[in-house]
Design a protein around this ligand. Structure first.
Ligand code: HEC
Ligand code: HEC
Length: 218
């Protein structure tokens, strides 16, 4: 569906990027890396995750914190983010510190464990704008914006290789990270896929999109 938009996005990415001297990530999805992540040991990951749950637990007490949920997220995506924090491609004081002490194996194992955990329940959000729904499902040809659903899946569950699930993620986190792509503070998206999109959205559209996904059952 909507191949035209996707192609337009890819072409735009080719024109605009990489541009900057720094690559967006140091991670390459080679067959070896994909197999390595696929073979992560969830049992070992469960033990490692004890150090994460204080911030990342999917409990009601944690529902209003700024920390993103990891439960049910694609293992590839989690692994890439941990690598990006460790190599400095994505910056956040807490996570750069935590990832510095993790081996590749730790990252694969903890990602495997989180992938298997049930996602947090979606939150009730009152009326999401029709404009947000349209951006998700149809995109906007006047701005050459592909529908979010093309990459993130029609129900926001994410897909291969490393496009994250967004359904039932916290709205505050989704909004904050999209604003970080918009300002360029977050720049670890390969081919600038997210930056190119979000730079064309207003802050209000970003807020609405965050609420849309927070209210979607995973
Ligand atoms: C003290 C709180 C804290 C602890 C403990 C913590 N994190 Fe985080 N984590 C954060 C914050 C804050 C963010 C969002 C940072 C940002 O905006 O880049 C985050 C983001 C992440 C992300 C990116 C999620 C996404 O959707 O992009 C991953 C993956 C992650 N943490 C994994 C872990 C793992 C694995 C552990 C345990 C080994 C852990 N974290 C421990 C606070 C914490
Ligand atoms: C061309 C494919 C593509 C399209 C279209 C797309 N995304 Fe993304 N999105 C990605 C990829 C790939 C990533 C992960 C990038 C990275 O590694 O940081 C991502 C990451 C994100 C994140 C960060 C999630 C997290 O846990 O930190 C959010 C939020 C997001 N996208 C929202 C959207 C919204 C809203 C739209 C529609 C307006 C959209 N995306 C359209 C590919 C896409």
């Amino acid at each position: 569906m909507k191949t035209g938009y996707v192609l337009a996005g890819v072409l735009l990415a080719a024109v605009n990027g990489p541009g900057a001297a720094e690559p967006s990530t140091r991670l390459a999805w080679t067959p070896e890396t994909l197999a390595f992540v696929r073979n992560g040991n969830a049992d070992r990951g469960e033990v490692l995750a004890e150090a994460c749950e204080g911030c990342h637990a999917a409990t009601p007490e944690n529902a209003d914190s700024e920390f993103p949920y990891l439960q049910g997220q694609l293992a590839n995506y989690l692994y890439k983010q941990l690598q990006d924090y460790k190599t400095g491609s994505r910056s956040n004081e807490i996570m750069v510190g935590i990832s510095a002490g993790m081996s590749d194996e730790d990252m694969a194992d903890v990602s495997a464990w989180y992938r298997r955990q049930p996602a947090a329940p979606a939150r009730k959000v009152d009326e999401v704008s029709d404009a947000a729904r349209a951006l998700v499902n149809r995109g906007d040809s006047t701005r050459m914006l592909a529908p979010c659903a093309v990459c993130h899946g029609s129900s926001g569950h994410g897909q291969a290789q490393d496009t994250p699930a967004l359904a039932a993620q916290k709205a505050t986190y989704l909004e904050q990270t999209m604003l970080a792509y918009k300002s360029g503070a977050r720049h670890n998206d390969i081919y600038r896929r997210m930056r190119l999109i979000v730079q064309q959205l207003s802050d209000e559209e970003i807020r609405q999109l965050a609420r849309y996904y927070a209210g979607l059952e995973h």
